[in-house]
Design a protein around this ligand. Structure first.
Ligand code: PLP
Length: 335
């Protein structure tokens, strides 16, 4: 089982004239969360505390705290649970003056949610694999979703648990959109025979690939780039049938105690300068501000065969809950 990435950090000493505080729930990679918090704190003197958790876990926490919100801003993580939070009024409406600078897909995320969330990055789903490990075991690399059902991958595959991980939910919603729901669940049951673990965090499986603990993961392909640049033997492939993608998002938590600071962070996080911190922290998603340079290392989204992912449908509260419950009942409980 891969280690869970969860951390609570309070950043270091501040100058005397601190300008209040900001509690950030962060579902991006912890290195990016920390770097963004540091840079914002340095610029504004607002003290930032960061709690990093998976997208599904933050949604559950915000719901549990709804009567007494402890978080102010939710930064990063897949878009579907942010849309679910918007529908359930767990996030606050805010029309940032920065919206005009964003790509259409990021603005559409805001419009679709009644301006309760916004796109901050995009990334495509695919497979990460360890070519050294696969070669040692004489396993040919996969090219398509259907290859993952081949017995050659028995016990070699990891994907995250969709109850905690937004990444895993994007995978399920992708398969449902590619195959239709009943066929998709048959696929997920067949895939289960080849899966050795469903870790909590979306980045758990690719880190297990990097460490040589498993041959293959179902991951966002930019996460494979991060591991490869970290010196690990990791390659990625985008499935031949087409694939889904995420619109990584950001939301202000409804009833936030530090709402003014949250709005300030929100506007700042949509600037090119702030968005470049992602690549500096080795996160290679495609940024949402049109003027933010796309990192040279980022997978080229326009070269990837993307499905027309239905964010409105798969970000709907009842649909997301239903699909995750069905997965838990029909797949996770299988021996
Ligand atoms: N880390 C990275 C690099 C991501 O792109 C995403 C998705 O937005 C996540 C983490 C989200 O993690 P999880 O699948 O645990 O919700």
């Amino acid at each position: 089982m891969a280690a869970v990435t969860a951390a609570t950090l309070t950043l270091g000493a501040l100058p005397a004239a601190a300008q209040g505080s900001l509690n950030m729930y962060c579902s991006a990679q912890v290195e990016w969360c920390q770097a963004a918090a540091n840079a914002f704190q340095k610029e504004t003197n607002i003290r930032v505390s960061v709690s990093q958790k998976g997208s599904g876990e933050v949604l559950a926490q915000i719901r549990a705290e709804a009567q007494n919100p402890r978080g102010d801003i939710w930064f990063g993580g897949t878009g579907d649970p942010h849309l679910q939070a918007a529908e359930d009024k767990l996030s606050a409406e805010y029309r940032s003056p920065m919206l005009d600078q964003l790509h259409d897909w990021a603005r559409k995320q805001a419009e679709q949610s009644g301006y309760r969330t916004v796109g901050i990055y995009a990334g495509a789903m695919g497979f990460g694999y360890n070519p050294e490990l696969l070669a040692k075991r004489n396993i040919a690399a996969p090219a398509c979703w259907k290859d993952l059902l081949d017995p050659r991958f028995k016990g070699e595959i990891q994907m995250a648990n969709p109850q905690s991980s937004g990444t895993a939910y994007v995978m399920i919603a992708t398969i449902v959109q590619l195959m239709g729901e009943d066929q998709a669940f048959q696929y997920l049951k067949d895939l289960h025979r080849n899966v050795n673990a469903y870790p909590r965090s979306g980045t758990g499986p690719i880190k297990a690939v990097a460490r040589g603990e498993t041959g293959l993961s179902i991951s966002f392909v930019h996460d494979a780039v991060t591991e490869r640049l970290g010196g690990f033997p990791v390659q990625y492939v985008v499935p031949c049938e087409g694939t889904g993608y995420e619109i990584g998002s950001m939301s202000i938590i409804a009833g936030a105690r530090n709402e003014r600071n949250a709005k300030r962070f929100y506007d700042w996080a949509l600037t090119p300068a702030a968005q470049q911190i992602g690549a500096e922290a080795k996160s290679f998603q495609t940024p949402s501000n049109r003027a933010t340079p796309v990192p040279a290392e980022a997978p080229q989204m326009d070269q990837i065969r993307l499905i027309d992912y239905d964010f409105a449908k798969y970000g709907r509260s009842d649909e997301r809950r239903r699909l995750i419950e069905r997965w838990d009942r029909e797949v996770n409980n299988l021996p």
